[in-house]
Design a protein around this ligand. Structure first.
Ligand SMILES: Cc1ncc(COP(=O)(O)O)c(C=O)c1O
Length: 370
């Protein structure tokens, strides 16, 4: 492997000197966690940037999922997607809830709303879809079903930072949405996450729940968890927010170049931007049709790897194929033909704000050369 490694992602890092200045302020204040000044500032700044009414910061993107289910007192069965990161389904498991998988749409990778009703039983209490790769789910159709059956909707919006449809944040859909600010995401606070909610009372209750359930010095309202974001990462997050638009635009330019180069390659499929959507270009998935391309997804993936180009088979295997979930009736591949095909064909190409023209050329050459 002579050539430099091209990684699938690269974290957006704040300017070190500016960050040092912020750290100095934290050192001077000696307030390092528990709803400090940077925490408050970041919640306000994110609410404004994301065009949402309320944001509650978390220590990662998994705990807001677990906490949302607790807050809404979800029990029994929840309809969800197998085409996601395991944390989505694990959050149900941690609440003693049975996941019920429904298939996805080939056009977006998101839950196929037309499959939801058939999966509803008397034990169903909620739907937990994922805006996978930041592609917006069919939120209208999902809400219509939820309203008809009296179900809650919690969106795992881990990938959907800044995504808007017709100028409105996708994060306003459903009862709650959750975000991940993990290092690999478009916007990161090293580790971190958030929950988006619509009203002040819910925000208050979530703030209690992420702090052990404390509603005051001596009152605990529920068996809460500890999932507070600290000042060190809130400060980092404030700085990263200033440059996230630039990073998204850099990713957009990478997507444009990939599309130009791959548009006429037989057997390689990818998605175009959707009309009216502000995308965040968090991932660039391609789908390899082995018959047409003359090479399987795995052959291409390992060819890239041999040339020091790290793609990612994301999401493969499906969550429903992991041992924890495999025995569920809804986990059967017969129930999930589209997700099964997508998991077998997908490679997420390297996608980040620092990819150079020559990196992109190397990736394209690797895919197209025989
Ligand atoms: C769809 C999805 N949900 C949840 C998570 C969990 O987020 P975190 O890693 O911040 O806990 C991730 C993170 O990778 C994710 O991709």
């Amino acid at each position: 492997m002579s050539q430099d490694r091209i990684t699938v992602t690269s974290p957006l890092l704040p300017d070190l000197e500016e960050y040092s200045t912020m750290l100095r302020k934290i050192w001077d204040s000696k307030w390092i966690t528990n709803n400090g000044s940077f925490h408050k500032q970041l919640e306000a700044a994110l609410a404004e940037y994301l065009k949402v009414p309320y944001v509650s910061l978390f220590t990662n993107g998994t705990l807001p999922l677990i906490t949302a289910l607790q807050a809404l007192r979800i029990t029994g069965e929840v309809i969800t997607t197998p085409y996601s990161f395991v944390a989505t389904t694990h959050a149900l498991w941690w609440n003693g809830i049975k996941p019920v998988f429904v298939d996805i749409e080939w056009e977006t990778g998101c839950m196929d709303a037309s499959k939801i009703e058939a999966a509803i039983t008397p034990r169903t209490t909620a739907i937990m879809p994922v805006h996978v790769y930041g592609k917006p789910c069919n939120v209208k159709a999902i809400q219509d079903i939820a309203d008809k059956y009296g179900l809650k909707v919690i969106y795992d919006a881990a990938h959907a930072f800044g995504v808007e449809v017709e100028g409105e944040s996708i994060l306003n859909a459903g009862d709650m949405s959750t975000l991940s600010f993990h290092a690999t995401k478009v916007y990161n606070t090293v580790e971190g996450g958030a929950m988006i909610m619509h009203d002040e009372m819910t925000k208050k209750r979530i703030d209690y729940l992420k702090n052990f359930g404390f509603a005051g010095e001596t009152e605990v309202i529920a068996p809460g968890i500890n999932s507070k974001m600290d000042e060190i990462r809130a400060a980092y997050g404030l700085l990263n927010l200033r440059q996230v638009d630039q990073a998204i635009e850099a990713r957009h330019q990478v997507a444009i170049k990939y599309r130009e180069a791959l548009r006429n390659i037989e057997g390689i499929e990818f998605w175009e931007d959707l009309p009216g959507v502000r995308h965040n270009y968090s991932y660039f998935p391609i789908f390899v049709d082995a018959n047409k391309f003359g090479m399987t997804r795995d052959e291409l993936y390992f060819k890239m790897k041999a040339q020091n180009i790290l793609g990612r088979r994301y999401f493969y295997p499906l969550i429903s194929n992991f041992s924890t979930y495999r025995s569920l009736k809804s986990a059967s591949p017969d129930n999930l033909p589209v997700a099964t095909k997508m998991a077998a064909e997908v490679i997420c190409l390297p996608m980040h704000h620092l990819l150079k023209e020559e990196d992109i050329m190397r990736i394209i050459n690797c895919i197209t050369s025989r």
